[in-house]
Design a protein around this ligand. Sequence first.
Ligand code: HEC
Ligand code: HEC
Length: 352
Amino acid sequence: MNRFRTSTLAVATMLALGGNAYGQAAAAAPSAAEGIAPGKVSLLERARPSIESLPDDEYGKLARYGHELTTRTFAHIGPEVKDPAMRFAGNNLACTSCHQENAAKPFAMPWVGVSAAFPRYRGREDALSTVEERVNGCMERSMNGKPLPLDSREMKAFTTYIHFLSRGIPVGAKIEGAATKPVEVPNRRADMAAGEAVFKANCEVCHGEDGQGRRMGVAGDAQGYLFPPLWGDDSFNNGAGMNRILMATRFIKYNMPQGVTHQTAVLSDDEAFDVAGYILSKPRPVKANLEKDFPARWNKPIDAAFPPYVDGAPADQHKYGPFPPLAEKAREMARKRAEELKLQRAASVVAQ
Ligand code: HEC
Ligand code: HEC
């Protein structure tokens, strides 16, 4: 209990100190006080680990299966696979539809270092979360499906592949290239007409006029997509990280159109923001029980566009902005929370 409180306090303090009010909470990195200086690793120049080099032992087999599940998710655990018991994902995306380049591309939410960053506090659960729980977070939201059983070969394969990618990254290291790269969000609501124009000019050629992408084969063959759909029944659901406009803006700016990197972005921040708004204004699967997410309401991300909203701002603003005023409110709530926890701690010391 005490530990959990401390981590919550650390997060509250980080937010209150003007930290990243947009983002998820930080890892419980080893502190200087513990005598362990957290390392720093950059993924920008680092060689990508190659699965080819692994021997054919049990670790190698599982890592290879994990790689296969990551790149061809639809063919093994998608909604169209032959064995109904294996239909865990609810759409025909691959993990690599978002976690690009075998989940190793910098600023495309790479898994390199994830084994060294978890267990980690996550606001969505207001608790420490394990790598397995994080995988299932994407299974239930990005993949609009069901959680994988912890003892399944598939879960072991995912965690082994993530472990393989993370080899050589020290626990608690600060990783340059992790998650997504920040953008300067305009202080206005996303402009749907401008977003549609960006979509037509830069996205439609692959993702299609109707946003439904292009399949490899035909519906029902479990072969997934050449270009994945951006909305509709076979897309991520409204509880997914990609359904948050600030997250989608950062992902799109530095990864789309396909081929772009953090060094070669072609969209401006405004264009990325507007096209993200346009995509997220379209229909997609709805996740049940989203109100259970972020039980500690004060640290719910400001762009999580589902109720309840505790800051008094309208739902539309949480979905489309303007965000800077919401970020200010979030910092204020975090500051109050940090104060409360400090008082509680002082009171419990007095009581002892
Ligand atoms: C529609 C896009 C999308 C797809 C498909 C997707 N994810 Fe994710 N994933 C995200 C986003 C966005 C984040 C970071 C968001 C957040 O922190 O909530 C993320 C984060 C993660 C993380 C944590 C990364 C970190 O740095 O902490 C893991 C592990 C993960 N996903 C696993 C998976 C697995 C396994 C699959 C396939 C079964 C998958 N994801 C499919 C979008 C996606
Ligand atoms: C040249 C083809 C191409 C263009 C142009 C393109 N994309 Fe993509 N997009 C892809 C591919 C392929 C993927 C899957 C990622 C991978 O395999 O590396 C993808 C994935 C995505 C995803 C995450 C997966 C999903 O299904 O939601 C989003 C969001 C996205 N693109 C948005 C855009 C936006 C917005 C634009 C225009 C600014 C755009 N894309 C332009 C090919 C393209």
